[in-house]
Design a protein around this ligand. Structure first.
Ligand SMILES: [Zn+2]
Ligand SMILES: [Zn+2]
Length: 137
């Protein structure tokens, strides 16, 4: 196991068997709703590495920019956002604050700055993308 996490009330717990592939701040409108703030800090992990160890998160599905559905999971008891499952993607996306120890994360940059609030703080020293980063290869 690489790391674990869960929600504020501890009714939902998870384990992750791989290290994060990337950590990015996502400023898209859906992530604003999911976080209650200016952006979500998204911790990308390989699909299959995330295991829900306790509880049953509730999901809300909406259509993502790519046209595929994205289901955002949260604790039905305390409401903490936990992770997102973009259908068909080779990864899943944890909410940074759900990690037991988010303090060691290093944010690589900002996504969907085209939808960012004018009052959002964005690190000018790090890469910014209007939407998703262009696909490598
Ligand atoms: Zn909870
Ligand atoms: Zn987003």
């Amino acid at each position: 196991m690489a790391f674990e996490g869960g929600c504020a009330c501890k009714n939902v717990r998870y384990t992750v068997s791989a290290e994060p592939v990337a950590t990015m701040n996502c400023h898209c409108r859906a992530c604003q709703y999911a976080s209650g703030g200016a952006y979500t800090t998204a911790v990308v992990v390989p699909r299959g590495s995330l295991t829900i160890a306790k509880g049953t998160p509730k999901g809300y599905a909406s259509k993502g920019d790519s046209g595929a559905m994205v289901t955002r999971y949260f604790c039905p008891d305390c409401g903490s956002p936990i992770y997102s499952d973009p259908a068909g993607a080779p990864f899943e996306v944890l909410k940074a604050a759900s990690l037991d120890d988010p303090s060691t994360l290093v944010v690589g940059g900002a996504l969907y700055v085209s939808e960012a609030q004018p009052w959002a703080q964005i690190d000018p020293a790090k890469p910014q993308f209007p939407k998703m980063p262009p696909r490598a290869g």
